[in-house]
Write a protein of this length. Structure first.
Length: 172
């Protein structure tokens, strides 16, 4: 697979209590999600050098908020990486990446995660808590700000299992 900016990845996080809690929380709000539940972390590729199989991705985690980090082919081995809009040109891909990079430094929001669960249980959207995204909300918000929303629901309600389902539905 050719990796390009604007591609999305989801990966399991089994080595922490937070990864386990995220998986359990998704199971409670989406009991029929099946295999998609194992994905508890999401990221977006913001740059990639195909000659060296190296690039950067942006995500958000509980131990530091939104960040940018180096990535290479080895980092992507356990991730489900997909291209939600394979026909986008390089300019649109760069816009998506710029929106993701603009969120770097935003604090992580445990309150936002709790609101996702409460919204699902109450069957109504609770207002977002501000610009403090968790990983999958950051990915969805980057696409929405660039004019390419991934879902018909607000970015702050998108979970990693939603992204995994999207990857599976867009697979050839």
């Amino acid at each position: 697979m050719d990796i390009r900016p604007g591609m999305v990845g989801v990966e399991p996080v089994w080595d922490s209590s937070f990864g386990f809690a995220a998986t359990l929380g998704q199971a409670l709000i989406r009991p029929r999600a099946g295999r998609s539940l194992r994905y508890a972390h999401a990221f977006i590729i913001t740059s990639w050098d195909a000659d060296n199989d190296f690039g950067f991705d942006v995500s958000s985690s509980a131990d530091g908020g939104a960040y940018i980090e180096p990535a290479d082919d080895f980092d992507l081995i356990h991730a489900l990486v997909f291209d939600p809009f394979p026909d986008l040109d390089d300019h649109e891909r760069r816009r998506i990446a710029e929106h993701a990079e603009a969120l770097v430094g935003s604090p992580y929001s445990f309150r936002a995660i709790a609101r996702v669960g409460l919204s699902a249980l109450l069957r109504r959207d609770l207002a977002p808590t501000g610009p403090a995204p968790f990983c999958s909300a950051l990915v969805a918000e980057s696409f929405a700000r660039a004019g390419h929303p991934l879902f018909d629901k607000p970015s702050h309600l998108v979970t990693p299992s939603d992204l995994a389902d999207l990857a599976r539905s867009s697979a050839p």
